[in-house]
Design a protein around this ligand. Structure first.
Ligand code: FE
Length: 161
């Protein structure tokens, strides 16, 4: 996978007010009665040479289809580790906007327990609020395909390790 061209490290953006430690380890963060259209997010965690990072930790949290976070339990919150190909997979729902925020998925990740945690967010293409949300970063926009109810998004993270 290495192409000898240094890849740009994934930019960090703010954590926001809704992170909770202690999320369950799981790929599917959809709870019973979770509001929102199904979304699958997949991708890799890579180093700056493009090599996959095995066992990278990713902790996702997000709003539901009404723009609401679960601040009591762990609905739409979960952590996971990449496999030997550096792949992660998140089964979730499409988050709605809230307040001034364009739709986004929060994530913290790190390559190993000895490396720094990166805090970032993933965004969706073609959202009107991408133009006005001051936190939005075009380098953090996922590639989105599929149809309503079966939406697929992809994004590769690059860590400086
Ligand atoms: Fe948020």
């Amino acid at each position: 996978m290495s192409d000898h061209i240094s890849k740009e490290v994934t930019p960090e953006v703010g954590e926001g007010p809704y992170y909770k430690t202690g999320s369950p380890q799981r790929n599917n963060v959809i709870g019973k009665g979770t509001n929102g259209e199904k979304l699958t997010v997949t991708g890799h965690v890579l180093d700056t040479l493009g090599n996959p990072v095995n066992g990278a930790w990713l902790d996702f949290w997000q709003a539901d289809g009404n723009g609401e976070y679960d601040n009591i339990g762990y609905n739409l919150r979960g952590h996971q580790f990449t496999d030997i190909t550096g792949t992660y997979r998140l089964e979730t729902v499409i988050p709605a906007m809230y307040g001034t925020r364009t739709p986004h998925i929060h994530v913290k990740l790190r390559a190993t327990s000895l490396t720094l945690i990166i805090t970032s967010q993933l965004f969706f293409p073609d959202q009107a609020r991408n133009k006005t949300d001051p936190i939005f970063n075009p380098k953090l926009v996922m590639a989105v395909t599929g149809s309503p109810g079966n939406t697929q998004a992809s994004f590769d993270f690059v860590l400086n390790i």
